[in-house]
Ligand binder design. Structure first.
Ligand SMILES: N[C@@H](CCC(=O)N[C@@H](CS)C(=O)NCC(=O)O)C(=O)O
Length: 258
């Protein structure tokens, strides 16, 4: 996993665990959830995406894609939520959520990779289509600043489809996203018919990574009717106090600035 060389040098002096995150963000939530499962203390740098607090030179100096989450640990920066899970697992292995056979570790890594791959074409596309509200649109000035700061072509293309009034993801985009996600949920449903957890019948990083995604999609009205075993798995995880504290409580918070 590549470490980021931050241009924002302020953070090099940070000691301990610092997390830049948003309250409603499945990528942020999976990291908060693992931190809670490992009982690690961390300092919160809460970013209000609706207020564009991520679209600043300072924040792009930490995360070159301008997205949350970003972890800073003793001055080292790690981005990409699933890479952060692996980093935390390797750095703080007790308790472990990947202490399984090599074969199962490969399977955990596959689920983490899929989680990363489907975020933009699946989850993010579905959510932006569903929440295509005026409030999410950027002003012309915000678009100009975003285009100056953002160097990643995939993010430029994604936000270019949505940012200004009159632009939006289409029902067809949403259908492609739903089909992509349903393909993975069908596989999970098949596994969870016979097993309690996604990999090796053991509670692992795969469960920790994917469960907050379900929270986000449920809030967006995603239809899970054909996946009863997946829902039972989600219920088993989401009733845990650690999940409530790190995921659902944050999702239900309101922020005066938001
Ligand atoms: N692949 C990245 C995706 C990060 C991402 O897109 N985060 C969203 C919130 S879940 C975000 O920051 N959105 C604001 C934006 O795209 O400008 C990860 O897993 O960390």
């Amino acid at each position: 996993m590549p470490l980021i060389e931050p241009t924002n040098r302020e953070i090099l002096d940070f000691r301990g665990i610092h997390l830049y995150h948003a309250h409603i963000s499945n990528c942020s939530a999976r990291v908060r959830f693992l931190l809670e499962e490992k009982k690690l203390s961390w300092e919160s740098h809460h970013i209000l995406l609706a207020k564009r607090e991520n679209i600043t030179e300072q924040y792009f100096g930490i995360n070159p894609k301008g997205v949350v989450p970003s972890l800073v640990h003793d001055g080292k920066v790690i981005t990409e939520s699933n890479d952060i899970l692996i980093y935390l697992e390797e750095t703080f292995p007790d308790p472990s959520f990947r202490n399984v056979s090599k074969e199962y570790q490969i399977e955990i890594d596959r689920w983490l990779r899929i989680s990363g791959e489907v975020h933009m074409p699946g989850i993010k596309t579905f959510q932006y289509y569903k929440r295509n509200a005026k409030a999410m649109k950027k002003t012309k000035e915000e678009v100009t600043l975003y285009r100056q700061l953002q160097k990643d072509p995939a993010y430029l293309a994604f936000h270019g489809k949505h940012d200004l009034p009159g632009q939006s993801f289409t029902a067809q985009d949403a259908e492609v996203a739903v089909n992509l996600l349903n393909g993975h949920f069908s596989e999970m449903e098949f596994i969870l018919k016979e097993n309690q957890w996604l990999v090796g019948n053991t509670y692992t990083l795969a469960d920790i990574s994917w469960s907050p995604t379900i929270t986000t999609l449920k809030r967006g009205g995603f239809d899970f009717i054909q996946f009863p075993n997946l829902m039972a798995w989600y219920d088993r995880i989401s009733i845990q106090p650690s999940f409530k504290m790190s995921v659902t409580d944050w999702y239900s918070k309101t922020w005066d600035k938001n």
